[in-house]
Design a protein around this ligand. Structure first.
Ligand code: NAD
Ligand code: TYD
Length: 349
């Protein structure tokens, strides 16, 4: 059996990647290494956690000794690294937490991977990163793999730093790696602090929908299962020491996206058309708010044959249905410290 460590496998994207790999590759032992922060939840993996090729390890990637012990135990041929602090607003409140987890945590994994392998043949370290490392676009243009890094938030700076460390280990020590930079994901199991699940949750509860600034910010949105499919392709077929951008060919301003979401929610909840939109409330803008992200995903399309499998309307429909059917999950993850965080976040808006 090949041992593959997936970090952050209890989180949003990680849980979709773990599920896909456990089901598709019975000859791999999938080791989910996760510290179970507020964003990690083993409930996300209930359907596969009894599989014979799945193991969970409770590990803090910031703890170098714990990471060393994990790598000594499993001697992994591959690492797919998703564990991270992932929310821009949190990074504005606590940048050092992002530096620790995203930069130091990544460096610890690289060190352990380098230490256990004298021969890198057939080995691979795959770092999952974000399009936010490229900074902000004007009205025109797309992020390409060659676009210079220009991160603006503590989150994107920490992801850029970790990307640089991965590349540096490749150049300096010959560590085999691949990096992907993906656009905004949405789908089942996303923690309800990010735009789409937060707004679904608020609409259900008829709470205000806090739109930052004028809402004229643009993001490219990708359904999480399509991201997991891309990760599978890149892990197996991506070229060593390359970067691939992943995006949905699907740009929306926040306001237009929110309107589509409100319309679908009105229909699914059987409410009068327009009632969800009335919840829109303009609040103070996010500091350093990036105006526009847009991805040129033609490299992964051309070289690896990847395409998104659903349209935005389909993916959004599946996502809303999941949240409506899983109110208990929402209630669990939004109890306790999340409530205090959320109250503080909008205290001065
Ligand atoms: P998430 O916040 O939902 O999950 C992060 C996971 O990492 C959680 O399970 C958490 O417990 C774990 N984790 C956090 N700190 C840890 C630590 N110190 N040690 C071990 N585990 C720890 O994040 P996500 O949205 O699933 O993002 C996953 C990865 O994909 C991140 O690296 C993120 O930067 C990247 N990414 C996310 C998006 C997006 O839209 N969500 C887009 C592009 C790239
Ligand atoms: P988010 O989901 O936090 O992802 P990211 O900041 O990584 O792109 O936010 C997506 C967009 O939605 C971003 O432009 C900020 C905006 N936004 C709001 O207007 N209100 C909110 O409550 C949140 C969470 C985000």
């Amino acid at each position: 059996m090949k041992n593959i460590i997936i970090t952050g496998g209890a989180g949003f994207i990680g849980s979709h990647v773990v599920r896909l790999f456990v089901n598709k590759y019975p000859n791999y032992r999938i080791i989910n290494a996760d510290f179970l922060t507020y964003a990690g939840n083993l409930e996300n993996l209930q359907d596969i956690d009894k599989a014979p090729n799945y193991v969970f390890e409770h590990v803090d990637i910031v703890d170098a000794t714990a990471v060393d012990a994990l790598f000594d135990k499993y001697q992994p041929e591959g690492v797919i690294h998703l564990a991270a602090e992932s929310h821009v607003d949190r990074s504005i409140k606590d940048p050092l937490a992002f530096l620790r987890t995203n930069i130091l945590g990544t460096a610890n994994l690289l060190n352990s991977f380098k230490r256990i392998h004298t021969d890198f043949e057939g080995k691979r370290f795959y770092h999952i990163s974000t399009d936010e490392v490229y900074g902000s676009l004007g009205a025109e243009g797309l992020f390409e793999e060659t676009t210079a890094y220009d991160p603006n938030s503590p989150y994107s700076a920490s992801k850029a730093g970790s990307d640089h460390f991965v590349r540096a280990y490749g150049e300096t020590y010959g560590l085999p790696y691949v990096i992907t930079n993906c656009s905004n994901n949405y789908g089942q199991h996303q923690f309800p602090e990010k735009l789409i699940p937060l707004f679904i949750n608020n609409i259900v509860q008829e709470k205000p929908l806090p739109v930052y600034g004028d809402g004229n910010y643009t993001r490219d949105w990708l359904y999480v299962v399509d991201h997991a499919r891309a990760i599978d392709l890149v892990f197996h077929n991506g070229k060593n020491a390359e970067t691939y951008n992943i995006g949905g060919f699907n740009e929306w301003t926040n306001l237009n996206l929110i309107k589509v979401l409100c319309t679908q929610m009105d229909q699914k909840l059987g409410r009068t058309t327009g009632s969800s939109e009335k919840l829109i409330t303009y609040v103070k803008d996010r500091p350093g708010h990036d105006k526009r992200y847009a991805i040129d995903a033609t490299k992964i399309q051309r070289e690896l044959g990847w395409e998104p499998s659903v349209t935005f309307e389909q993916g959004l429909g599946i996502t809303i249905d999941w949240y409506l059917a899983n109110q208990a999950w929402l209630k669990n993850v939004t109890s306790g410290s999340y409530q205090d965080y959320y109250k503080n976040m909008y205290a001065n808006s």
